[in-house]
Design a protein around this ligand. Structure first.
Ligand code: AHR
Length: 501
């Protein structure tokens, strides 16, 4: 019988809340008719959709990456500041659309304030470089008395934004990237840009662009070369992954988070190798700043037949089904398991584009299936990751991903609150004995999302077709839980400390 033994007094690591970050890119309808739609009945006086803001706040997202993604690699940030009627329309080569620049840096910063989040700002190292990155930094973070900072003041923002976290370009290893570079070219550019930004403010947190997929032939060669140049100059290296169903069986789809797990291990090994080889002191952090489920066969980036250079067309709008929510939950468990090194992660993306949230222009906003496991993690997977041993879980022998446990579980503790996350990827119900080593606990709430119909999805017409339900029957007996996980199910079990926890 699968057993999950949790050691209450043995935290593995604290969990950086930024593990629950997200991403807003100028792509498709993420910005326009996603977060910003001035004509919408629910828009506030600045044009932000309040229904989307409400859902974003519900998710307690601590950091949001912006403005791309592939978009940033040809972006001229100066186009997006100042009076809206003077902002130029530009062609975005990444997504073959017309960018109206009605939303830019200052606007996004205002949105962040309303959403209760912080920015993770990306600079363009594709078509541009160090001078433009420094100019943006000065515009955002210098108090005043210089050309760029005075321009920000003139644009209505007197106080500097103090943006701490910066991405040095995006997916520069990808041949699709505007201004794609070799690892040597990018490594040099990254180190020089990082050093110059640190001359401005040594406390900045800088993220170098790592491999954009573990499937690329340059995976790890890229990390080796890039970190060889910039290890000391940056704080973190980025990882990206999208797992899609494609032609896979349901079992294989559900097993695919194993690829993300090996990707993290491999990147940690690459970082630690460079650290040892080049005698660096610090440990490199991982910033998993794009992750999600994405069926690229069914939902291509630029759909065939899309009118080129249109404004904010629907692009990369995947409707997630209940099975995708379980894959997503599996990915979340992988991130949490590696929380010691993965200090930031951004689910890509927030709205419409691979969105946690979907919107109809002029109409409602609703939660996709993947919204729910993200919410559970973000609200209840904070504090510390606890030592937990999962034993005797049945496995799926996957041709692509090896031997993958059908049951996965993990425990986090935040003061007097303990959360057990559990996932059953199997098509059969699975028992799970949870042993709580230390203290007395009582169940506060058990929410479960059961993919009784794995293809069920939330849509405009049926926005709540897939959502978690309370399981009121779960109780602590003899310092443990005796669970029966329904087939294809995700669980968030919250416990509160009783006496002497
Ligand atoms: O998130 C969608 C796209 O996926 C991003 O623009 C890019 O960085 C990645 O390839």
């Amino acid at each position: 019988m699968p057993t999950f033994r949790v050691f209450m007094k043995e935290p593995v690591t604290d969990i950086d809340p930024r593990l629950y970050g997200s991403f807003v890119e100028h792509l498709g309808r993420c910005v326009y008719t996603g977060i910003y739609e001035p004509e919408h009945p629910a828009a506030d006086s600045e044009g932000w959709r309040q229904d989307v803001l409400d859902l974003t706040r519900e998710l307690r997202i601590p950091i949001v990456r912006y403005p791309g993604g592939n978009f940033v690699s040809a972006y001229r940030w100066e186009d997006g500041i100042g009076p809206r009627d003077r902002r130029p329309r530009r062609l975005d080569p990444a997504w073959r659309t017309t960018e109206t620049n009605q939303v830019g840096t200052d606007d996004f910063m205002r949105w962040c304030r309303k959403a209760g989040t912080a920015p993770m700002m990306a600079v363009n190292l594709g078509t541009r470089g160090l001078p433009e990155a420094l100019a943006l930094l000065e515009y955002c973070n210098h108090p005043g008395g210089s050309a760029w900072s005075d321009l920000r003041r003139q644009n209505g923002q007197t106080a500097p934004y103090g943006i701490r976290t910066w991405c040095l370009g995006n997916e520069m290893d990808g041949p699709w990237q505007t201004g794609h570079k070799t690892a040597a070219e990018y490594g040099r550019l990254a180190v020089e840009t990082a050093r110059a930004m640190r001359q401005f403010d040594e406390k900045l947190e800088l993220v170098a662009a790592g491999s954009s997929s573990p499937k690329l032939p340059t995976f790890l060669h890229w990390e080796e070369e890039v970190l060889g140049h910039c290890y000391d100059a940056v704080d973190a290296i980025s990882l990206h992954i999208y797992l899609g169903r494609g032609k896979k069986s349901l079992e294989e789809h559900l097993a695919s988070p194993a690829l993300m797990e090996s990707q993290i291990r491999d990147v940690i090994n690459a970082c630690d190798f460079i650290r040892a080889r080049d005698r660096h002191k610090k440990e490199m952090m991982l910033a998993f700043d794009e992750w999600n489920v994405w069926d690229m066969d069914a939902v291509p980036g630029v759909p065939p037949g899309m009118a080129p250079w249109s404004e904010a067309p629907p692009q990369v709008e995947q409707t997630y089904d209940a099975a995708d929510a379980l894959v997503f939950a599996g990915m979340l468990l992988v991130l949490l398991r590696h929380a010691k090194r993965v200090r930031m992660a951004c689910v890509a993306q927030l709205v419409n584009v691979l969105g946690l949230i979907m919107t109809k222009p002029g109409g409602p906003a609703w939660r996709q299936t993947i919204f729910w496991p993200f919410l559970h993690g973000s609200l209840h997977g904070r504090g510390h990751l606890l030592t937990g041993w999962l034993q005797d879980a049945p496995v799926h022998d996957s041709p692509d991903f090896g031997s993958v446990p059908l049951v996965d579980a993990l425990a986090t503790r935040d003061g007097d609150s303990l959360t057990i996350f559990a996932l059953n990827r199997g098509k059969k119900a699975a028992p799970l004995e949870v042993v709580l080593e230390g203290g007395r606990w009582k169940v506060e709430a058990h929410e479960q999302l059961v993919a009784a119909d794995p293809d069920a999805a939330n849509t405009l017409r049926r926005p709540d077709a897939v959502k978690p339900r309370r399981n009121a029957a779960t109780k602590v007996l003899k310092n443990g839980l005796s669970l029966k996980l329904p087939p294809l199910s995700w669980h968030c079990i919250r416990l509160e400390a009783g006496a002497s926890a």
